[in-house]
Structure formats: C-alpha cells, structure tokens
Design a protein around this ligand. Structure first.
Ligand SMILES: Nc1ncnc2c1ncn2[C@@H]1O[C@H](COP(=O)(O)OP(=O)(O)OP(=O)(O)O)[C@@H](O)[C@H]1O
Ligand SMILES: Nc1nc2c(ncn2[C@@H]2O[C@H](COP(=O)(O)O)[C@@H](O)[C@H]2O)c(=O)[nH]1
Length: 213
C-alpha cells in the first residue's frame, strides 16, 4: 500500500496587527519552529533600521523601483502603510504554492484583504490585538526602532486598523507572549490539517480500502 502524503495545497498564513502589537515576534518564532514554512519577504520603500538585513527582513527599494514592481504586476498585494509602500512579491508565493509549501505573511489589513480576495481557498487571516493602546505605545517606545513622530503616527493609525479585525478568520490578544504563540501555532496546525488541503487523502483512503484483512 502507498503511504505517500503528497500532494497538498499550501496554507497562506497571514498575520496582521497594528504596528507594535507583536506580529513580527510571533512570526519569527513560528518560522523558527517550522522548517517547512516559508516567510514572504516584503518589498518596502521605508528606510532600513539598525540591525535589519536587506533580503532577510525586507527588500529595501526606492519609490521608482517599487513603482516598476507595480507596473509589472509583480506583487500579490501592496499598500501604503504609515507613509511608506509595502508589497508581497508574487513569484516566491506562486513557487511555494506550486510545490505544496506554506507561506507566512507579516503584513497589514489591506494586504490581507487583497490576498484573501485573490486566493480565497488558501488564505488564512489572523489579526493580533494589543492588550491596550497604552501598552502598544509602550512596546513601540521600548522597541526603540522608530523616531517619536513615527511612533505617534503608528499609534494614531492603530484604531483604524483595529476596526478591520472583523474581516479576519482568527483574532486574539497578544498579552502573554507564550500563550499567544501557542494560539498562533494551534491555528497553523489546524489549518494545515484541513482535509481539502491534503489532496493525498483520497488516494491514501483508497489504498486502505483495498487492503486484504
Ligand atoms: N506579548 C508581548 N509582551 C510584551 N512585549 C511584547 C510582546 N510581544 C511582542 N513584544 C515586544 O513588542 C515590540 C513590538 O513587537 P513587534 O516588533 O513584533 O511588533 P509588530 O507588530 O511586528 O510591529 P511592526 O508592525 O511595526 O513590524 C517588540 O519589542 C517585542 O519584543
Ligand atoms: N500590505 C502590506 N503591509 C506590510 C507589508 N510588509 C509590512 N507591512 C506592514 O507595514 C507595517 C509597518 O512595518 P514596519 O516594518 O515598518 O514596522 C507592519 O505593521 C505591517 O502591517 C507588505 O508586504 N504588505
């Protein structure tokens, strides 16, 4: 009997939140724990921060290069976020999906909406809420990555972003990090196990049914 568990349809796991709620930290841990999961490295026009690595954290480009990407239809989604442009390159996602692999997106609600419209069966949307806006500000300040006016702009935008959480499949509050991580990992595992993604099941079942016992 064949026990082959391929092929399968990959999950496009989208994690969104207001800036500072903790999605990048949660996504990094999910990546570290799941070798088969591929991170979609976004393209952005924002300046590189100290400690960031081009090609690992983002593809940093100028406005002209980003516009060329838009004109060439090279993005699965893109959006203006907090005064900069961000987009998810399409080609690596297509490649991963064609190979049955899962892709993780650390993006905003606008991008989540676009991917869900284009890939309704594959997209799984998770929205992370902060415990409070006061705690959101504390996290952004403690992260020490952005100028004061950038932090204020992100806090101001947070309410508008939170309004969109009703569009998401899963929503939870990132208060205790380990508990939040467990929640995200459970969502990922459950979504991976859904029957319609595991297209090998049909052949596997036929194999079991044809066994002589
Ligand atoms: N549960 C938590 N409790 C306390 N601090 C946290 C928690 N989760 C994340 N943080 C911290 O909050 C800060 C912001 O987290 P992170 O950079 O992951 O946010 P983000 O949502 O990805 O922000 P951005 O959208 O700007 O990329 C970081 O310093 C991180 O260590
Ligand atoms: N629609 C998209 N949004 C994205 C993408 N990559 C990141 N983001 C969002 O930008 C903010 C700010 O990020 P930061 O690195 O400057 O702190 C972040 O909260 C994401 O929501 C993308 O490819 N598409």
């Amino acid at each position: 009997m064949s026990n082959d568990r391929t092929p399968r349809r990959g999950v496009l796991l989208i994690v969104a939140s207001p800036s500072g709620a903790g999605k990048t930290s949660l996504c990094r841990r999910l990546m570290a724990d799941h070798g088969g999961l591929e991170l979609s490295v976004s393209m952005t026009t924002r300046d590189i921060r100290p400690g960031e690595v081009a090609g690992r954290d983002y593809h940093f480009v100028d406005h002209a290069a980003f516009q060329r990407g838009i004109d060439a239809d090279a993005f699965l989604e893109w959006a203006d976020v907090h005064g900069n442009r961000y987009g998810s390159p399409r080609a690596p996602v297509d490649k991963a999906l064609s190979e049955g692999r899962d892709v993780l997106f650390d993006i905003d609600w606008q991008g989540a909406r676009q991917i869900a419209e284009k890939c309704p069966g594959d997209a799984v949307r998770v929205f992370i809420l902060p415990p409070s806006l006061e705690e959101l500000r504390r996290r952004l300040v403690t992260r020490s990555q952005d100028a004061d006016e950038v932090i204020e702009r992100r806090i101001k935008n947070a309410k508008g972003e939170i309004e969109h959480c009703a569009e998401f499949d899963y929503v939870f509050v990132n208060d205790d990090f380990d508990r939040s991580y467990a929640e995200l990992a459970h969502i990922y595992h459950a979504e991976r196990s859904r029957r319609f993604r595991n297209t090998w099941v049909e052949a596997y079942r036929e194999g079991l049914l044809s066994e002589d016992v």
